[in-house]
Design a protein around this ligand. Structure first.
Ligand code: AMP
Ligand code: MG
Length: 313
């Protein structure tokens, strides 16, 4: 048994009770672990930014037990948001809608809008249902680090900085939600993620892909998703001394650690934990095979390219 300053919880109802008291509790979702706080409590929200070391201009996503609860947090529900929630909620979709008065402005980093999501993970659902409040939950990691996809990763970053950590099955998707701005005249993808552009286009054929609109989502300006080791995106893996490799094709022997994944879904599920594993064994270089740009590969490519860019700073 390990000794922790943060309480390790197994009961979603207990986690919900702490959230209602204004405490910070991390819990698993199907994307990554979330760091939850009551989105109607200014002090709790303020503590989330401090615990993560998150810049105050990077808004938090509000998590709900059910799509119908959006009426309680939005000033207005645009049609595009309703359609997306109907098609993909519960699941890895975040809709940006005009913010209602119940949500403290700091959740949205002062913006007039709020990001809303209904997670599919059974443990997250149980917490949100028992809490009965909207829960602001950014990824449960120190700002700038890879998102936490295991309880060990969450503890490594946040032990003693948060009140509780609820255990549960590992996130199925492994990368963050797709963020769609539904607050303007044309819905636009602000961040790629667990729901692909192809899936979105089935519901909203006119949706703008990420990058088609000039203003990117606030948080995507910040360095993100980066391990301590240098990351290089490669098309053909050529092992170098002391390097790690993750990708779909079998590399030449010579890498210190390798993770050969059978498909893009497992690539996404494994990426952040692999980054952390490489850091923990002291690898200085990680080669990531460039993911093909289809389905979840688009979001995955965004994450590895961004990790590479962060190493170049
Ligand atoms: P995280 O919870 O760490 O995955 O990050 C949440 C991300 O969602 C932010 O970095 C933004 O990119 C996006 N987001 C959340 N709320 C808004 C909003 N009101 N407007 C635009 N983007 C948002
Ligand atoms: Mg994050």
């Amino acid at each position: 048994m390990i000794s922790t300053r943060t309480r390790i919880l197994t009961d979603p109802v207990e986690a919900a009770g702490l959230l209602r008291e204004g405490k910070l509790v991390a819990f698993p979702t199907e994307t990554v672990y979330g760091l939850g706080a009551d989105a109607t409590n200014p002090l709790a929200v303020e503590r989330v930014y401090r615990a993560k070391g998150r810049p105050g201009d990077n808004p938090l996503i509000v998590h709900l037990a059910g799509a119908e609860q959006i009426e309680e947090v939005a000033a207005e529900v645009p049609e595009a948001a309703s359609w997306l929630l109907e098609a993909f909620a519960p699941g890895p979709i975040t809709v940006i809608v005009p913010r209602g008065p119940s949500i403290v402005p700091a959740v949205s980093a002062g913006l007039e809008t709020v990001g809303v999501r209904v997670p599919a993970h059974p443990v997250a659902r149980a917490v949100l249902k028992a809490a009965g409040i909207p829960v602001a939950a950014p990824s449960a990691n120190r700002s700038g680090r890879p998102s936490g996809t295991t309880w060990q990763a969450v503890l490594a970053d946040l032990d003693g900085r948060i009140d509780g950590l609820l255990m549960g099955e590992r996130p199925e998707v492994g990368i963050e939600s797709t963020v769609v701005d539904c607050s303007g005249p044309v819905p636009a993808v602000l961040r790629t993620g667990g729901i692909s552009l192809e899936q979105l286009r089935d519901v909203l054929p006119g949706i703008m892909a990420r990058g088609e609109r000039l203003d990117a989502s606030p948080g995507t300006r910040h360095p993100h998703y980066a391990p301590t080791a240098r990351v290089t995106v490669v098309d053909a893996p050529r092992p170098r001394d002391g390097a790690a490799y993750i990708g779909l094709q079998q590399p030449e022997p010579g890498y210190v650690i390798t993770e050969v994944v059978p498909d893009l879904e497992s690539y996404a599920r494994t990426l952040y934990a692999f980054f952390r594993k490489a850091d923990s064994v002291g690898v200085k270089q990680i080669d990531c095979e460039r993911p093909p740009a289809s389905g979840i590969g688009v979001a995955l490519r965004d994450r590895v390219v961004r990790a590479e860019a962060a190493s170049d700073r």
